[in-house]
Ligand binder design. Structure first.
Ligand code: SF4
Length: 67
């Protein structure tokens, strides 16, 4: 599973990082720091919750079989 993020549309409210600071790394200004994340095994649920937590809806989950 991967996470894709439309980084340029991030408003920096850190909702995603509140779900998982490990998955959703922020830069020094509090905006998302990465555009694509490989989700480690066992963190899929956190990835989905993080995606749902983003009010801007810019976090997309890419399931392995969708590639
Ligand atoms: S929840 Fe969305 S808008 Fe907020 S910091 Fe994370 S990616 Fe950016």
């Amino acid at each position: 599973m991967k996470i894709r993020i439309d980084k340029s549309a991030c408003v920096g409210n850190a909702r995603c990082a509140a779900i998982s600071e490990v998955l959703f790394e922020l830069d020094d200004d509090g905006y998302i720091a990465v555009e694509e994340i490989d989700v480690p095994e066992g963190m899929e649920q956190l990835a989905r919750r993080g995606a749902r937590s983003c009010p801007e809806r810019i976090i997309t989950i890419v399931e392995d079989d969708a590639e």
